[in-house]
Design a protein around this ligand. Sequence first.
Ligand SMILES: Cc1cc2nc3c(=O)[nH]c(=O)nc-3n(C[C@H](O)[C@H](O)[C@H](O)COP(=O)(O)OP(=O)(O)OC[C@H]3O[C@@H](n4cnc5c(N)ncnc54)[C@H](O)[C@@H]3O)c2cc1C
Length: 449
Amino acid sequence: MSSIELGEWDVLIAGGSVAGSAAAAALSGLGLRVLIVEPDPDPGRRLAGELIHPPGIDGLLELGLIHDDVPQGSVVNGFAIFPFNDGEGAPATLLPYGEIHGRQRCGRVIEHTLLKSHLLETVRGFERVSVWLGARVTGMEHEDGKGYVATVTHEGTETRMEVRLIIGADGPMSQLRKMVGISHETQRYSGMIGLEVEDTHLPNPGYGNIFLNPAGVSYAYGIGGGRARVMFEVLKGADSKESIRDHLRLFPAPFRGDIEAVLAQGKPLAAANYCIVPEASVKANVALVGDARGCCHPLTASGITAAVKDAFVMRDALQATGLNFEAALKRYSVQCGRLQLTRRTLAEELREAFLAQTPEAELLSQCIFSYWRNSPKGRQASMALLSTLDSSIFSLASQYTLVGLQAFRLLPQWLGAKMGGDWFRGVAQLVSKSLKFQQDALNQALRAK
Ligand SMILES: Cc1cc2nc3c(=O)[nH]c(=O)nc-3n(C[C@H](O)[C@H](O)[C@H](O)COP(=O)(O)OP(=O)(O)OC[C@H]3O[C@@H](n4cnc5c(N)ncnc54)[C@H](O)[C@@H]3O)c2cc1C
């Protein structure tokens, strides 16, 4: 075992995927020397995030991790959402980023493995950034006066790293988080099955298509090079073949045929969807970023954008405190907690509204679509929240109230279907949830003070 004393690097980052690369780029910009350790020398194919909202793209551009003139992936202009009850052939509700006040930029879709390797390759070329591939953090020990000291295992050698800041960017199942004793709540929602097909018959090219179905959520979007990604959610305990059949019913015919042909040929990729809420994002000289700091259902496709934002929050906190690491980590913890609460609450509420089989959920789902169809301002505000451009829980609370008001527009329809009682119960639930969000927002503001 060899030991590297404080002096060689200021920051050690466990994980060289989106969150790790973004954090390294942001912190090296402050003059800090950063070492990334990444176990995976060859990332291989993996089913994970690809759609990046405009704030994430803006962030990656600002960090110098992507460039405007590099034609990578494909442009995405927003979401196209297919509600379950509209039936086959009904058009999608479009939610374009372009409606958000003052936004010009689009999002992008970049195939996950390509994205991960591009970011790591780019950041390793930065001054003050080193990358050890095939290395991992294998131990974390607390020492008085030093905080945590990490053990990194690389090419059979264990090295103790004494650095000012250790960042856990090692994903949803973060080992680093476990090693420092930060506990977390986990909920495994479902699995995801994904494949690539030709994009010739992709509906709404240039949009992230989302198909809503009691069997789960499915997605289809272009990834560039004439290809499209399709993903199907498989709920806990459900049969994957049956689920895929249920999902495919909502896909337009020629595209459905393309997917069936690919499914018949080979084994698709698979992933799990979790909601993970760690009890803290900071402990001593350790900070968690990206999915290690918490993740939610991928319905809002905001994990990558949130990981990029973490890097900026960390950078700004260090800058604002004049590189006082202790004070900066406190700031980081408060700010990223705010972002994450809004993101997670939004994903959970939408998921419940779209998938739960109760009259209350059905009313909420109808209210959401009515809001989107009838209110351009509502679409703008929703897209600002979905894309994380607006991450205020106050905004989410007020949007929820405005969505709830749509129930009155829907009342004649529910009375006509002799579902007046369900309507009243649904409205009561909407009001009580809306009050709860207002209370969450207030608590958060008080905690921040
Ligand atoms: C099916 C699915 C679809 C999704 N779709 C979207 C989407 O469209 N848009 C979006 O924004 N988000 C999406 N997400 C979420 C997105 O994939 C994640 O938010 C994002 O990948 C998080 O990046 P990360 O860097 O935090 O973690 P990861 O990408 O999980 O990377 C963690 C890294 O840490 C490394 N590591 C592990 N252990 C150690 C260790 N001990 N020491 C050092 N390194 C270690 C791993 O090798 C890996 O490289 C999706 C997720 C899923 C599951």
